[in-house]
Every structure is written in C-alpha cells, then in structure tokens.
Design a protein around this ligand. Structure first.
Ligand code: NDP
Length: 246
C-alpha cells in the first residue's frame, strides 16, 4: 500500500528496534522519513540509507529527547530537510527498572524528560508544521496499564502519562483535523527487551499469543494510524501486545 506518498514523517529513536521498523514501514508506504537518535550514528545512518534505497527522502538527526532545545531543533530541521511534516511518532525510550528505594531523582528526571517532556515538546514543535490530516502517534507500553513485575513503577508512571497527554491533545487539535493516539506495545523483541533475555519465558507465558512481538508488528499499527485508515481514530490507546493485558 502506498497511502503515504507525499507525506513526511519524523520518528524519534529511529536508529534501532521499534522506531527503526516504524521508519522503514512508513517509507515503504511512501513517506519521506526523518529519524532522531541519541548515540548510535552508524545505525541511524544505516536506517536512513535503507529508506533512501526505497526512493524516499531520509535524514538522521542526533537529538537527545531529554534535551528540549535539541528536540525542538530536530523537529524544525526534519521539516526543513523533508520540506514538510505530517506525521510525528514519539518512540524514543529507555527502560529504567529496579527497586523503588533505589530510584534516584536523576533517573526520575531523565525518564520523565525523555518519555513525557520530550514527547510534549516534540508535539508542540511538530504542530507548528502540521496541517489538516496531521498525525501524532506516541509509543507507550502495555506496562502502563499492568506493570506485571515489581520494579516497574517509574517506567509505568512515565508511560501512563502518555494516555492523559494523548486524550488532552486530541481535544486540543481535533478542530485542525489532526489525530493523536498512543500505541501500547507488549513484549517486543529488541535490544531493550530481547526475546532470548532472562525474563523472556515469563513474558511469553503472560502473552496469550505465546510469542514476543516483532518490531514490525508494532509498526503495522502505527502505519495504519498514520495512513488513511486512521482518519477517524483519535484520543485512542491501542494495545498491540498479543493479548498480554486481556
Ligand atoms: P531500543 O532500546 O531497541 O531502541 C531505542 C531507540 O530509542 C534507539 O533508536 C535509541 O537511539 C533511541 N533513544 C534512546 N534514548 C534516547 C534519547 N534520550 N533520545 C533520543 N533517542 C533515544 O528500544 P525499543 O525499540 O524496544 O523501544 C522503543 C519504544 O518502545 C520505547 O519508547 C519503549 O519504551 C517502547 N516499548 C518497548 C517494548 C519492548 O518490549 N521492546 C514494550 C513496550 C514499549 P540510539 O540507537 O542512538 O541509542
């Protein structure tokens, strides 16, 4: 399907994992795509090269999502290099975990900085470039609704903030014809949560479909929301978790 021809997308944290799959999928459906990354310039350049090989414009921009100025700059640069901006995917994320007593204020600030403030600022900046038909899609987590393990409090708190963010913003920008949604993945095989990791069997046992998600499974739903199929979906939380929270 080529329903994104003529559109331009920015995917934060697009150098690896779910973000890279989203970037490739949006490009395969016709979009020009900018990605941000934190540290991995080589992987980011590789993803951008794959997108260019599909005949699309691509650009990779280093921007720490915890740095509000860098985030604003990345959004404006993406719009400048691609000539427009129609789709923002707030994907960049980290996975803080461990006993509540040991969580530091620095960890709290960094996690909220990336998962909440970075999403807020990127969306604000992107909205200045978007017109009718714009899309803002954030990547939350199934752990926001049901943390499943001890030690998830900070991560779950940061990801559940995206639900309020999404519903609030859907009201704010609906009148402009822009949709806002959050996709909550379950266990997905990436560097963050490898399908052969220590807790992987437990996660599979809690997933009715009996397997980890592939990054492409999440990307398929994001592409649906980004495309024409998402035209009347806004303020929604879509679980893409193999039934983990059923
Ligand atoms: P990975 O660790 O595999 O990839 C993370 C990506 O985010 C990389 O591109 C990384 O860039 C980028 N990134 C990390 N920190 C920053 C930062 N401060 N600023 C900018 N970019 C950053 O993670 P996943 O692909 O697994 O996760 C993607 C999203 O999905 C996250 O929001 C995560 O919380 C969420 N999620 C993941 C699940 C899973 O089971 N994997 C389940 C539910 C949600 P670089 O390469 O430069 O480090």
């Amino acid at each position: 399907m080529q329903d994104l021809v003529g559109k331009a997308a920015l995917v934060t944290g697009g150098s690896r994992g779910i973000g890279a799959a989203i970037a490739r999928t949006l490009a395969a459906r016709g979009a020009d795509v900018a990605i941000t990354y934190a540290a991995n310039a080589q992987k980011a350049a590789q993803v951008a090269g794959e997108i260019e090989a599909l005949g699309r414009k691509a650009t990779a921009i280093q921007a720490d999502s915890a740095d509000a100025e860098a985030v604003r700059g990345a959004v404006d640069l993406a719009a400048e290099r691609l000539g427009r901006l129609d789709i923002l995917v707030n994907n960049a994320g980290i996975f803080p975990n461990g006993p509540m007593e040991e969580v530091t204020v620095e960890e709290i600030d960094r996690t909220l900085g990336i998962h909440v403030r970075g999403v807020f600022v990127a969306s604000q900046a992107a909205l200045r470039h978007m017109s009718e038909g714009g899309r803002i899609i954030s990547i939350g987590s199934s752990l926001a609704q049901r943390p499943q393990f001890p030690g998830m409090t900070l991560y779950a708190a940061s990801k559940s903030a995206l639900i309020g963010f999404t519903k609030g913003l859907a009201l704010d920008v609906g009148g402009r014809g822009i949709t806002v949604n959050v996709v909550d993945p379950g266990s997905t095989d990436t560097d963050m949560n490898p399908a052969n990791g220590e807790m992987a069997d437990y996660q599979r046992s809690r997933t009715p479909l009996g397997r980890f998600g592939r990054p492409e499974d999440i990307a398929a739903t994001v592409a649906h929301l980004a495309g024409d199929g998402g035209r009347f979906i806004s303020g929604a939380m879509l679980a893409v978790d193999g039934g983990a929270n059923a």
